[in-house]
Design a protein around this ligand. Structure first.
Ligand code: SF4
Length: 308
């Protein structure tokens, strides 16, 4: 890792383990999208331009309709611009300029480049409307040869997991340092999937089986704010997570006194602090009401165990 990268990621982070955990998590299960089934750069460009302003689930129909109408870059280059713009409007895909740029990019490929789609992020950026993010995405997903992509999902993950400073350059440096060489296709898909399904504005760390929990700063401290989540997200979400941690700590031990359980639930547990005995008693009482744990007393102190 370079000095610059070291400044952006915690010095002791085990990069190989972090990478392997995320790729394994992604490969075990992920959302199916039609653009993940292809390496055709034209199709991938269409999906990227469409998803800039539209929820991915809604993009699927538009993407399939668009490709039914214009299945190849040549077909799009030959289309009437008015038809492409009308399609964009009919499918509520946001700014019409994106349709114009996409059409123009198809013409560039066909007329200026003899139908040879550019491959590198630098040459892709020569196409109309293609910025650094889209260029890296197309180069990665089509040719497995892009740089690390950074969008708001990726920023949120890096900020929470590795406490990366809220600064464009810091995010880019950290994202590049994390990406394994020569694996941009799977890596960029995986980190965006993590931001989309596990590390959303309300995180689902345990429910989604986030592979980075053991390294994640936010998971350790319980502070899930992020650049696009300025206040602590959905308290119930965090509380659910804390309940999950109580249960997993008790799975490892027969029983635990409150002050032994507390630090296994939150690293900042302090018996008399904000997240101390009183807070933990409330959490345990909820779990007891739900029939998940039982509480006894030993030497006058409450002791918690899983209900068998
Ligand atoms: S543990 Fe939670 S907060 Fe941390 S990266 Fe995973 S999903 Fe995000």
């Amino acid at each position: 890792m370079t000095d610059a990268a070291e400044r952006r990621l915690p010095a002791d982070v085990d990069l190989e383990a972090v990478r392997a955990a995320l790729v394994e998590w992604y490969e075990a299960d992920h959302r199916e999208f039609p653009w993940r089934e292809t390496t055709d750069p034209y199709r991938i460009l269409v999906s990227e331009v469409m998803s800039q302003q539209t929820q991915l689930d809604r993009v699927v129909d538009a993407y399939e309709d668009f490709l039914a109408e214009w299945p190849t870059v040549e077909a799009l280059a030959d289309a009437d611009r008015a038809d492409v713009v009308a399609f964009w409007t009919d499918h509520s895909l946001g700014y019409n300029n994106r349709a114009k740029y996409l059409h123009e990019a198809a013409r560039q490929v066909c007329e200026e480049l003899d139908g040879d789609f550019p491959r590198s992020p630098e040459s892709l950026q020569e196409l109309m409307g293609v910025g650094p993010y889209t260029a890296d995405a197309v180069a990665s997903f089509a040719f497995d040869d892009g740089g690390a992509v950074v969008d708001t999902n990726v920023e949120r993950v890096l900020y929470r997991a590795f406490d990366v400073e809220d600064d464009d350059e810091a995010f880019e440096t950290a994202a590049a340092a994390l990406m394994p060489d020569g694996r941009s296709r799977v890596w960029n898909n995986a980190i965006m999937e993590l931001g989309g399904v596990a590390c959303g504005k309300t995180p689902r760390c345990d429910e989604a089986g986030c592979p980075w929990r053991r390294w994640c700063d936010a998971y350790e401290t319980g502070d899930f704010t992020a650049p696009d989540v300025p206040t602590q997200p959905d308290f119930e979400g965090s509380r659910r997570q804390m309940r999950g941690r109580v249960v997993s700590a008790l799975t490892e031990y027969d029983d635990l006194a409150l002050d032994d359980l507390g630090p296994r639930v939150r690293v900042d547990y302090a018996p008399d602090g904000e997240y101390g005995r009183e807070w933990l008693r409330g959490l345990v009482a909820d779990l007891e009401d739900d029939g998940l744990v039982e509480v006894d007393r030993r030497d006058g102190e409450p002791v918690v165990r899983l209900r068998r």
